[in-house]
Design a protein around this ligand. Structure first.
Ligand code: NAP
Length: 259
């Protein structure tokens, strides 16, 4: 399928690895020029080079912490004119409800709610002027069904979801389409980190921890970054103009809900 976005320009945040990289690769395969971002310059450059080589699109790499004001300013200064925004950042640490103080919530809200909001606030006015734009926010299945040990994530991502629900409907009349993608368990560094936590807590091997988590998913496996990226590219395509303010769950059936 021709996604109709060849020659558009996208900022994909937190994209040297994992789900962000999956989104960047799928957009590049659709002919989209990219601005990639992550904190670690080495992995970021390697990803940028691999995408240039595989897809022949222009790739600008900006090493910066997207959750800091300075980091965002340097990314936006390099980014230039953008048609597509994919927001992403690392998730907050796990813990117990009684572990967290105000500062922990402020940090989580900053990273996973206020950062995507700041990027949308900065970039959507130009998309509105052009009469076309696409925004995809990477959130989590925890928006649909809470993951108890990820209380900081549950809180911040649900806040973002509420914001998007209203804002998406305010910008849709101007051709700007905003949606969220909710990953369930995907085979990335983050998933391996969480497997490691289970393995330590339960005193079992990493393989056993993974097998136990896979058994909870009807598809009986983790998702891949490529599958995730393909959905992201579709939501950024010409064909997605009537999908507004939605929360697209990619979880292999892991969330047991009728809708
Ligand atoms: P990942 O494999 O660990 O990759 C994270 C990427 O983001 C890396 O490129 C990392 O590079 C970059 N990054 C992290 N913090 C950043 C920051 N502050 N500024 C700029 N770049 C940053 O993680 P993932 O699995 O793709 O997860 C992506 C998001 O989806 C996370 O918020 C995660 O919580 C959420 N999620 C993932 C899953 C899953 O199963 N994978 C499930 C639900 C939700 P640097 O470290 O070099 O910055």
């Amino acid at each position: 399928m021709d996604l109709g976005i060849t020659g558009k320009r996208a900022l994909v945040c937190a994209s040297s690895k994992g789900l962000g990289r999956g989104c960047a690769e799928a957009l590049a395969a659709a002919g989209v020029d990219l601005v990639l971002n992550a904190r670690g310059a080495e992995a970021l450059e390697a990803t940028a080079e691999a995408i240039r080589a595989d897809h022949g699109v222009q790739v600008t790499a900006v090493a910066a912490d997207i959750t800091s004001e300075d980091g965002r300013a340097s990314v936006l200064a390099e980014a230039g004119d953008l048609d597509i925004l994919v927001t992403n950042a690392g998730g907050p640490p796990p813990g117990l409800w009684s572990d967290w103080a105000r500062e922990d919530f402020i940090a989580a809200l900053d990273a996973n709610m206020l950062t995507p909001i700041a990027l949308m606030t900065e970039l959507m006015p130009k998309m509105i002027d052009k009469g076309w734009g696409r925004v995809v926010n990477i959130t989590s299945q925890s928006v649909k069904a809470p993951i108890p040990q990820l209380g900081l994530s549950n809180a911040a991502r649900t806040g973002l979801t509420g914001y998007v629900a209203g804002t998406a409907r305010q910008v849709a009349p101007f051709g700007v389409v905003v949606n969220n993608m909710l990953p369930g368990i995907h085979a990335t560094d983050r998933a391996i980190q969480l497997d490691g936590g289970v393995s330590q807590k339960e005193g079992i091997s990493l393989e056993e921890a993974k097998a136990r988590r896979e058994a909870t998913i009807p598809a009986r496996r983790y998702g891949t970054a490529a599958e995730f990226g393909a959905m992201c590219a579709f939501l950024c395509s010409q064909h997605a103009g009537f999908i507004v303010g939605q929360n697209i769950l990619l979880d292999g059936g892991g969330t047991n809900a009728t809708i």
